[in-house]
Ligand binder design. Structure first.
Ligand code: ZN
Length: 408
């Protein structure tokens, strides 16, 4: 256990924090770092230090945690000693007979209590786990983000906080499906920072009227290339193929891109419902939508739940007539370009998992949770395709800008 005086240990922890910041900037932000102003770099650091669940990158500050690590260790020894644990009793005796150690722990405790906003005392501290003690630290980072992020950075952070939106950052790359290339990971991070302009170097590529030359959308920022009309169909189709693969794995035979006779439009996935709600509605028409996670030109912060619900409702309305003709129910599968998942898509994963169990294609208790694995797979596919299609879009844009091809 650490018994160095607080000031020395904190200095050490601060040095470590500096190293992790430098490493993150060098390997993830990359050479673009030199074009980014100090205020933006400070904002990036706030995001890196935040917990994954708060929409950060989970590289927590050691300095902020040191006092709580020391105090929670001391608290544990004291509690275990009181419970009669002989080893902890000996440790407690040793601490109590060493004045410098006692004094050091006292200082750390004072430090921890003041960081907790003096809402606690020794007695309440003894009942807290380290995670509980750290809550105010995490809250402080969230507050820092609210105070210091603005514009597109703030929009992007807000869009990161919906379920699924930070999956590709949070999930360990322990399978081929959950692995990203360096470019894909950097794209995912820049995208979530709201700083794609730096990665795609859009400043050099501004068209005379600020529009996208690949799809003609006016007034774009670099975020547009995550969902550029030039290539968003290809991204969508690849995600549909993965959903098809998932149905096949579950033992559900589905058709892709089906134009059913007399229907007004194609449907992404059409299959017989393994567990129909009613005998009159036997089929499922599932259709994928991937919407922009946030709109840089909006003044309000993105309400991801509402955006996804709106997209799902639009899908249901669009296919209502075709579905009625084919005794099908419409299954909207809405995601954002961050991989935020709609309630419809979550329910769908549950239903496909049920089908996999019923068909003995998946064994709960033996296999990894079907719906978890596939939710991850879909998140990563969205991230991969978003990065790839952004590159296609910006290349097309640059090509036209250079005058190789007349704007249409
Ligand atoms: Zn475009």
């Amino acid at each position: 256990m650490t018994v160095l005086p607080p000031e020395e240990t904190l200095q050490f922890a601060e040095d470590i924090d500096e190293v992790t910041t430098d490493t993150f900037n060098r390997s993830v932000i990359g050479t673009q770092q030199h074009q980014i102003d100090d205020q933006t770099l400070a904002a990036i650091e706030i995001r890196t230090r935040m917990r994954l669940r708060d929409g950060g990158f989970g590289i927590l500050s050691l300095k902020d945690r040191v006092p709580f690590a020391v105090v929670s260790t001391a608290v544990k020894i004291r509690n275990d000693a009181d419970d009669g644990d002989p080893k902890s009793k000996r440790a407690m005796d040793a601490i109590e007979s060493a004045p410098t150690m006692l004094e050091s722990i006292q200082q750390w405790t004072d430090d921890a209590l003041s960081r907790l906003g003096n809402k606690h005392n020794l007695a309440t501290l003894r009942k807290m786990s380290m995670a509980e003690m750290l809550q105010p630290v995490y809250q402080q980072y969230v507050q820092n983000a609210r105070d210091h992020l603005d514009g597109e950075m703030l929009q992007a952070w807000a869009a990161t906080q919906h379920a699924g939106a930070n999956d590709v950052i949070a999930i360990a790359p322990n399978r081929e499906e959950s692995t990203l290339t360096d470019y894909e990971l950097r794209y995912a991070i820049y995208q979530r920072l709201g700083l794609l302009g730096h990665l795609l170097e859009l400043d050099r590529l501004n068209s005379p009227n600020g529009s996208c030359l690949a799809c003609n959308k006016p007034n774009i920022t670099a975020a547009h290339f995550s969902n550029c009309g030039h290539s968003c169909k290809e991204k969508h189709d690849r995600v549909v193929r993965l959903c098809h693969e998932m149905l096949e794995t579950a033992g559900v035979n589905a058709r892709v891109e089906l134009q059913v006779p007399n229907a007004q439009r194609k449907i992404d996935l059409f299959y017989q419902d393994p567990k129909p709600d009613s005998i009159n509605i036997k089929n499922v028409m599932a259709d994928v939508t991937i919407i922009q996670a946030y709109s840089p030109d909006h003044l309000t912060l993105p309400d991801t739940t509402r955006l996804l619900n709106t997209a799902s409702r639009a899908k249901t309305n669009k296919y209502r007539t075709d579905a009625a003709n084919w005794r099908a129910r419409v299954q909207p599968l809405s995601y954002t370009t961050f991989g935020a998942i709609s309630k419809d898509a979550r329910d769908w994963l549950d239903s496909v998992e049920q089908a996999a169990i019923a068909g003995a294609q998946y064994f709960p208790g033996i296999d990894r949770r079907f719906r978890v694995v596939w939710r991850e797979n879909i998140s990563f596919e969205i991230a991969r395709q978003t990065a790839a299609m952004a590159q296609k879009g910006i290349e097309k844009h640059a090509y036209k800008l250079a005058g190789f091809e007349d704007s249409e």
